[in-house]
Ligand binder design. Structure first.
Ligand code: SF4
Length: 89
């Protein structure tokens, strides 16, 4: 049985339109962004991402596939150089 008090629904967030190729914001808990100036290309984010949403991109730097990313922010916690941050966080 669903406890109505435990269900949070943000209507404004649910109505936002996703960027092309991204999961709708209501389906993603957060949006990680990578600061390539801080990135040492350790690839810990690639290894630890449970959604396999981070790939090696331009010049070997990691790149987030927002179509797969569910916003768990494990990548943020695993990055040794704090190169990943939550957008707007
Ligand atoms: S937030 Fe989670 S799912 Fe998204 S890229 Fe980071 S580890 Fe992968």
């Amino acid at each position: 049985m669903i406890d109505e008090k435990s269900v949070k629904y943000d209507a404004a967030k649910a109505l936002q339109q996703p960027a092309p190729g991204e999961k709708p914001p209501a389906m993603r808990k957060a949006r990680p962004v990578i600061d390539l100036k801080k990135c040492d290309r350790t690839y810990r984010c690639v290894v630890y991402c449970p959604e396999n949403a981070i790939k090696s991109g331009k010049e070997g730097f990691p790149s987030v596939d927002y179509e797969k990313c569910d916003g768990c922010l494990i990548c943020l916690r695993e990055c040794p150089t704090t190169a990943i941050a939550e957008e707007g966080g």
